[in-house]
Ligand binder design. Structure first.
Ligand code: QUE
Length: 363
């Protein structure tokens, strides 16, 4: 493996993308999202490429998210320029995958979180394994679930999207298959054989649809296990249907009969999160219900930029990724102290006239 953070090669009609920073779980930096976006634009038109496959280097998984640590290190100089370039390009890259006219295989083995979810959500052949661990974990670091989550969480039934957004819960293959966030469940040990089969064939626009479906179906299994979310769906729908975080917490508290029950544990989990992040994220999910995918990305870019001026974000990154003490001091520390005005301010970012970096995103 070379030192490049992303590797590209074309073989037998397949464009391969390998996220290549295994030491940081292939987390995405500006250089990576720029080069992937450029390569996808080129492959879109390239007749030698009938199919794209994206994989992660190393044993741990596809991608842990954005390189948030890198952003944090820019906090005292030029955070704005840096953040704008990173988030705008990352969301364009997500949009490139979402709108790509050829099949894209995403091998979602191991950790698939945050930015990794953003890449894979728009791909056509999403493969999960018994090792897949999937989450939008941003609520752990005083941020918000971005990369299109205001769109794709709103596609889930009932209040499952709000639950996943607010709790940052990690889910696995059974849930991903049942939710429609994954297309094929395979056993991890079969992946090398699948790659070999892909490499043995010359892929063309004519044979790719049928050939790819047949190849992956031959390795797909249906023993992906129970959907744990479906088991809790009724409770989730009851307690997360509200439009304020206070009502959600209240509802869980009133329904709890024992400290060890799901209601109390879920309430305690919410209480570990930044009160501001919780309120902003709930509003984001409510707004997203009315928006298209590109409109969601535009809203999220405004939000991401506003989060760069918000202390809880730096405190969350410090507590989880830098000092790793896992005990952030949120400010304000209680839901009641977060005003509606404050929440609303996260949705207004002042680009100069017609300068929103995603203004030309269409569909
Ligand atoms: C929330 C996040 C991220 C996170 C943890 C969170 C995130 C991210 C990583 C990360 C990066 C490199 C690593 C690693 C984790 O963790 O975006 O283990 O080596 O990139 O709670 O948003």
């Amino acid at each position: 493996m070379g030192e490049e953070p992303v590797l590209f090669h074309v073989q037998q009609g397949v464009g391969w993308i390998t996220l290549n920073r295994p030491k940081v779980l292939n987390s995405l930096n500006t250089e990576m999202v720029e080069s992937i976006s450029e390569q996808m634009e080129a492959w879109k038109e390239d007749e030698q490429v009938a199919l794209v496959c994206i994989v992660g280097a190393g044993e741990k998984g596809l991608c842990a998210g954005g390189d948030i640590r890198e952003l944090y290190d820019h906090r005292s100089e030029g955070i704005e320029k840096h953040a704008e370039r990173f988030f705008a390009t990352e969301y364009w890259m997500d949009y490139d995958f979402w709108t790509f006219p050829k099949p894209v295989v995403a091998y979602m083995d191991g950790v698939v979180m945050g930015g990794g979810v953003g890449i894979t959500m728009g791909t056509s052949h999403r493969i999960v394994t018994e090792k897949t661990k999937w989450a939008m974990p941003e609520m752990n670091i005083g941020f918000f679930p971005d990369v299109g989550s205001s769109y794709f969480f709103n596609q889930l039934p009932g209040s499952l999207g709000k639950y996943l957004a607010l709790t940052s819960s990690v889910i696995k293959a059974g849930d991903l298959m049942e939710l429609g966030y994954a297309d094929y469940y395979i056993h991890q040990e079969d992946w090398p054989q699948i790659v070999q089969n892909i490499n043995e064939k010359q892929w063309t626009t004519e044979n790719v649809q049928e050939g790819l479906n047949a190849l992956l179906s031959a390795y797909a299994h249906s023993d992906y296990g129970a959907s744990l979310l479906q088991e809790k769906k009724q409770q989730i729908d009851t307690h997360f249907s509200f439009s304020t975080v206070e009502e959600i917490v209240d509802s869980l508290e009133k329904a709890s009969v024992d400290k060890e029950d799901w209601e109390n544990k879920t309430k305690e989990l919410l209480e570990t999160k930044s009160p501001t992040s919780l309120k902003v994220t709930l509003k984001q999910q409510l707004e997203g219900a009315e928006l298209t995918y590109p409109e969601c990305l535009k809203m999220e870019l405004d939000m991401a930029m506003n989060f760069m001026h918000y202390d809880d974000f730096y405190e969350g990154v410090r507590a989880v990724l830098v000092d790793k003490d896992q005990s952030p001091n949120w400010n304000p520390s209680a839901l009641i102290e977060v005003s509606e005005e404050n929440v609303n301010s996260f949705f207004q970012y002042q680009w100069s006239k017609d300068q929103h970096p995603l203004q030309h995103m269409q569909k």
